[in-house]
Write a protein that binds this ligand. Structure first.
Ligand code: C5P
Length: 249
C-alpha cells in the first residue's frame, strides 16, 4: 500500500547510526521558522516531532519537506475519535510516510485495534503509540472525569490497554518509564518528554530528567524541544546531548 514518501525518502541507516534516540519537538507557528531550525540540524542525530500547531498551519507539505531533508517524523496529532475515523486518520498519516503516529488511549481498545489494523498493509508502517494521561492532568482533573484511581494507576492501566490492543508503545514521563518498562517488557516503546540536560533551563517543565537518566530509567526515545530549538547553536546542543547518551556525533 502507498507509503508514498517513505520508499523515496527513508534514509539508509545502515551506517551504525540506525536509531537516533532524540526527537526534536518543532514547536513553531509556521513552516519558515521550523525549516530555519531544521536546516541547522543533522538527521543522523535526531528525528523531528510535528504537533498540532505546526501541522494545522503547514500540513502534509511540510512533513514531506522535512522528509526530503532526510529526517524521520513523529506526527504528534493524538488522534481520539470513533474507531473508523481514527483508523482512517492513521492510514492517512502512514501514507505520508511518517515514522511515528499517536492516538489517545482513552479512545479505548476498539479504537486502538482499529488504528493498528489500518496500518497492517503498509510496507513500512509508522510506529503506533498512545498518549495515556496528559501530564498536565492531576488527581483532581481525573476525579472531575469520574476517574477515581491515581494518575499513576491510570497511566499503567491505559498503557496495558494500549499494549494488549497491539500498539507499539506510549508517551510517558521519564519518571513513569521505569515502572512501565517493568510492566510492559523490553520491546514496548516509551517516548518521554520533559528532558533537560543538567545545565539547561527547566522552562515550564516541572518533573524533568537528564537525557542519560531518562534512558537509564527505560525511555526508548527522548522528546526534546527548547534545549535544542532555543540554543544559540542548535546543532552543537544536539551533538552535546547525543554525546551524553553515547550516540556518535
Ligand atoms: O521544549 P520542551 O523540551 O519542554 O518540549 C517538550 C515537547 O514535548 C513539547 O512539544 C511538548 O508539547 C511535548 N510534551 C510534553 N509533555 C507531555 C507530552 C508532550 O512536554 N506530557
Amino acid at each position: 500500500m502507498g507509503d508514498l514518501f517513505s520508499a523515496t525518502y527513508r534514509r539508509d541507516r545502515g551506517d551504525g547510526v540506525s536509531d537516533p534516540k532524540i526527537i526534536v519537538a518543532l514547536d513553531y507557528p509556521d513552516a519558515e521558522s521550523a525549516l530555519a531550525l531544521v536546516e541547522r540540524l543533522d538527521p543522523a542525530l535526531c528525528r523531528l516531532k510535528v504537533g498540532k500547531e505546526l501541522f494545522t498551519v503547514a500540513g502534509p507539505q511540510l512533513v514531506a519537506q522535512l522528509m526530503r531533508h532526510g529526517f524521520e517524523v513523529f506526527l504528534d496529532l493524538k488522534f481520539h475519535d470513533i474507531p473508523n475515523t481514527t483508523a482512517q486518520a492513521c492510514k492517512a498519516a502512514a501514507s505520508l510516510g511518517v515514522w511515528m503516529v499517536n492516538v489517545h488511549a482513552l479512545g479505548g481498545s476498539r479504537m486502538m485495534e482499529a488504528a493498528r489494523e489500518a496500518l497492517a498493509n503498509f510496507n513500512h508502517p509508522p510506529k503506533l503509540i498512545a498518549v495515556t494521561v496528559l501530564t498536565s492532568m492531576a488527581q483532581a482533573d481525573l476525579v472531575e472525569l469520574g476517574i477515581s484511581v491515581t494518575p499513576a494507576e491510570q497511566v499503567l492501566r491505559l498503557a496495558a490497554l494500549a499494549q494488549s490492543s497491539g500498539l507499539d508503545g506510549v508517551v510517558c514521563s521519564a519518571q513513569e518509564a521505569a515502572l512501565l518498562r517493568q510492566q510492559a517488557g523490553a520491546r514496548f516503546c516509551l517516548v518521554t518528554p520533559g528532558i533537560r540536560p543538567a545545565d539547561a533551563a527547566a522552562d515550564d517543565q516541572s518533573r524533568i530528567m537528564t537525557p542519560r537518566a531518562a534512558l537509564e530509567n527505560g525511555s526508548s526515545y527522548l522528546v526534546i524541544g527548547r534545549p535544542i530549538t532555543k540554543a544559540v547553536d542548535p546543532l552543537l546542543a544536539l551533538q552535546q546531548i547525543a554525546n551524553e547518551i553515547g550516540e556518535p556525533a
